[in-house]
Design a protein around this ligand. Sequence first.
Ligand SMILES: NC(=O)c1ccc[n+]([C@@H]2O[C@H](COP(=O)([O-])OP(=O)(O)OC[C@H]3O[C@@H](n4cnc5c(N)ncnc54)[C@H](O)[C@@H]3O)[C@@H](O)[C@H]2O)c1
Length: 358
Amino acid sequence: MTARNPISVGVIGVGVIGRDHVLRLARRTVGAQVVAIADADNDRARSVAAEVGADVHATGAELIADGRVDAVVVASWGPTHEEYVLAAIAAGKPVFCEKPLAPTREACDRILDAEVAAGRRLVTVGFMRRHDQQYRAMKEVVVGGSIGAPLLMHAAHRNVSVPSFFTSEMIVTDTAVHDIDVARWMFDEEIVAVTVLSGRVSGKAQPGFRDPQLIILQTASGILVDVEASVNAGFAYDIRGEVVGEDGTVELSESAGAVVKRAGAAHVRVPTEWIERFTPAFDAEFRAWIDVIAAGGTHATVGPTAWDGYAATACCEAGLAALHSGTQERVELRPKPELYCTTQPALTSTALPEGTPR
Ligand SMILES: NC(=O)c1ccc[n+]([C@@H]2O[C@H](COP(=O)([O-])OP(=O)(O)OC[C@H]3O[C@@H](n4cnc5c(N)ncnc54)[C@H](O)[C@@H]3O)[C@@H](O)[C@H]2O)c1
């Protein structure tokens, strides 16, 4: 495929993030076009399709079978991901699946088995922080070695508020899951144990809702990662991260482009929504995905693979057990299939601006 022959994408699930991905692919991703859309809510599918001139399919299965669809995005609810990802693998089509790959380890196992049987990596999982310039700059420093061997990581994930259906368990599976993926990626190690602590509950939380939580991850070499997950923080969508090494530290900078000083105070914009904080990362992950498909290599994935999706879900399951037991729970992973042991294509663009100390 060439730039004159764009990758034709079909999108399943066009709610909040699915619609955003449709617009990103159709309007801002060079080499991509959106040709088909499906959603359990047909009215929604029609309305989003009309925005980009795509066709509507009655079901996701029909969309995957459509011969004009080169590649599939799955952005429906988590429990529906497995069916669509398996169908895309069976059809031999690259599939970008929003997190979670699937909500249970058994479902992720079935996806790994199908991809291994197909002998090609076709599944990319939407852990977009790996494409975020700040996280990538941090990782470059960690890998570069200037702060010495990493010992600890501190992270915070603070949401302004969450809808009333949000549960204590979702703080692990929907909120901290991103920090779980970051920890695995930052240190190139699996997480072997998870502890979840909850103490004084925010007065803004619903009765019985355990918010905030302090989630402690332990990697295979013993690096400890503490994640404050706090979903009624009120003031902003505030994402923090700091790695402590033997010789120094590296932390995420504030995401605002400018600091305003006036009237005796300094002002920095802090995003209030995840979509504002991570739009450049979402854009980058889709650029990378379309580029790797267009390159036409053996594998059609970039960034997080089905293995990463499986490992994140396994950590979340241990996290849920830890939330309920109050003790540390082990993460036991199946042996890593050979398919996931070969190198991934490098993510494009250098993260660190010229002159940044390394
Ligand atoms: N990467 C991120 O930071 C991020 C952010 C938000 C959401 N997500 C993930 O994206 C997914 C969607 O989240 P959302 O917030 O857009 O949810 P949403 O509820 O706004 O949208 C989900 C859409 O899927 C449709 N749908 C449900 N079942 C379906 C089925 N069987 N077939 C086809 N369509 C179906 C619904 O009608 C709805 O339009 C979830 O897995 C969520 O975890 C990821």
